[in-house]
Design a protein around this ligand. Structure first.
Ligand code: PLP
Ligand code: COI
Length: 364
C-alpha cells in the first residue's frame, strides 16, 4: 500500500443536515465532531498500513493499552477555512505535519510521512465538506493524533500505533469573543524543563498543566503563563498559545516573542506572525523577556500590548496579569491596535480575503 491511498468507507447515517446546521450556527470549540474520521495503523516491521476513512465512532481500548499507562500520545491542531469562491483550504498543513514528526521523534514513536498527514486531513475535509462553517472566521478544526495501541505493561516504545484525524467545527475558542484575557504567572508549577518534552505536542504536557490552570482559575484568571523551569524568571508561553510583547517608542514599534528555549512549543501561528509582522513593516524579534521586563515595561509605558496566539485561539489580547508578588494591567487593559491589526492580517490570509503571498494556504 502507498501510505497516501486512503480507502473510503463513508457513513450511511451522516447527521441530518438540519441538525448539522444547528451546530454550525453556534459551534463553540471542540464540542461537536463531524461524520467521519481517518485512521492509519503502524506496526513494527510493516510500517504504515490500512489507511481508511470511516464513520466517526468510539475506539475500543484494552485496559492494558500502553497509552493509558505511559502516555505515548501526541497531537496536532490545524484549521480549514471556506474561501470566497466556495472552495476550502487548510492553513499550513505541511508545518503541522513536520511538527508532528518532531513530536513523534521525541516520544520514540514512528514518523508519519508529511504527504500522508496532509492526505489524511484532505480526505476528511473533502468528505465532511458540509461541516466547514461558511461564515467569517469560523473554521473546521482538525485534530490529528497518534497513540500507542500495543497491549502490555512493559515500559518501552510500543510496537503498534494508531494515527487518527477527527474534525470539529470551531467558533471562538474563548466564548467571550475577542476580549482580553487575564493571566496568572505560575511560579509554583512549571510546564516543561530543559531536556523535557515541552517542544513536543505531547498529551502529557497538557495533563501536567491542568493543576496550574486550576490554580489560575482560583486566582480569578483565565489562563496560566508559564515561566522557565530553572530561574522561574523568563516568560515561556501560555497553556495553548505563544506570547508576543509589543513595545512602542514614539512611532517605532518593536514586537518580541520568547525565543524557542527548547521547552516551549514552536507555534505555527507564532512563526507566521514573524513573517506577517515583517510584511507590515514592524520590527519583529525573538528574545528573552523576564517577569520584571514585563512589569517595568508596563510601568514606564514602553510595553503597550501583549497578546497570545495559537491555532485554536487565533490572537487573543492579554489584559491583566497576576502573580504571587504583583498585579498589573497591560496597557489600558483593552485589545491593542497592533494586536487587532495582526489578528485581521492573519485571518484575512486564512479566509482568503487577502492574497496569500507566502503560499501558506493548501487548497483541497
Ligand atoms: N503553545 C502550546 C502549548 C500549544 O498547545 C499551542 C497550540 O497548538 C501553541 C503554543 C500554539 O501553536 P500553533 O500556533 O501551532 O497552534
Ligand atoms: C491548538 O491551538 O491547536 C491547540 O492545540 C491548543 C489547545 C486546544 C490545546
Amino acid at each position: 500500500m502507498t501510505t497516501t491511498t486512503i480507502e473510503l468507507k463513508p457513513s450511511s447515517h451522516p447527521l441530518p443536515s438540519a441538525e448539522r446546521e444547528k451546530i454550525l450556527a453556534s459551534p463553540g470549540f471542540g464540542r461537536h465532531f463531524t461524520d467521519h474520521m481517518v485512521t492509519i495503523k503502524w506496526t513494527e516491521g510493516r510500517g504504515w498500513h490500512d489507511a481508511q476513512l470511516v464513520p466517526y465512532a468510539p475506539l475500543s481500548i484494552d485496559p492494558a493499552n500502553m497509552t493509558l499507562h505511559y502516555a505515548q500520545t501526541i497531537f496536532e491542531g490545524l484549521k480549514a477555512y471556506q474561501q470566497p469562491d466556495g472552495t476550502v483550504a487548510t492553513f499550513r498543513p505541511d508545518a503541522n505535519a513536520t511538527r508532528f514528526q518532531a513530536s513523534a521523534r521525541r516520544l520514540a514513536m514512528p514518523e508519519l510521512p508529511v504527504e500522508t498527514f496532509i492526505a489524511a486531513c484532505d480526505a476528511l475535509v473533502t468528505q465532511d465538506r458540509a461541516w466547514v462553517p461558511a461564515h467569517g472566521e469560523q473554521s473546521l478544526y482538525l485534530r490529528p493524533f497518534m497513540f500507542a495501541t500495543e497491549v502490555g505493561l512493559g515500559v518501552r516504545p510500543a510496537n503498534e500505533y494508531l494515527f487518527v484525524v477527527i474534525a470539529s467545527p470551531a467558533g471562538a475558542y474563548f466564548p467571550g469573543g475577542v476580549k482580553p484575557v487575564s493571566v496568572w504567572l505560575s511560579e509554583e508549577y512549571v510546564r516543561a524543563a530543559p531536556g523535557g518534552t515541552g517542544a513536543a505536542k505531547a498529551g502529557g504536557n497538557y495533563a501536567a498543566s491542568l493543576v496550574a490552570q486550576a490554580q489560575a482559575a482560583e486566582k480569578g484568571c483565565d489562563q496560566v503563563v508559564w515561566l522557565d523551569a530553572i530561574e522561574r524568571r523568563w516568560i515561556e508561553e501560555m497553556g495553548g498559545m505563544n506570547l508576543y510583547f509589543v513595545y512602542r517608542t514614539g512611532d517605532a514599534v518593536r514586537i518580541v516573542t520568547p525565543e524557542l528555549s527548547g521547552s516551549l512549543l514552536p507555534g505555527i501561528t507564532r512563526a507566521s506572525l514573524l513573517k506577517i509582522g515583517e510584511d507590515l513593516g514592524y520590527g519583529f524579534e525573538e528574545g528573552r523577556i523576564s517577569v520584571d521586563d514585563w512589569k517595568n515595561g508596563n510601568a514606564d509605558g514602553s510595553l503597550t500590548e501583549v497578546f497570545a496566539c495559537g491555532t485554536a485561539a487565533v490572537i487573543t489580547p492579554v489584559g491583566s496579569v497576576k502573580s504571587a508578588r504583583a498585579n498589573w494591567t497591560v496597557g489600558d487593559g483593552q485589545p491593542g491596535e497592533i494586536t487587532m491589526k495582526l489578528r485581521k492580517a492573519l485571518l484575512d490570509i486564512q479566509t482568503g480575503a487577502t492574497p496569500d503571498t507566502h503560499n501558506w494556504m493548501h487548497p483541497l
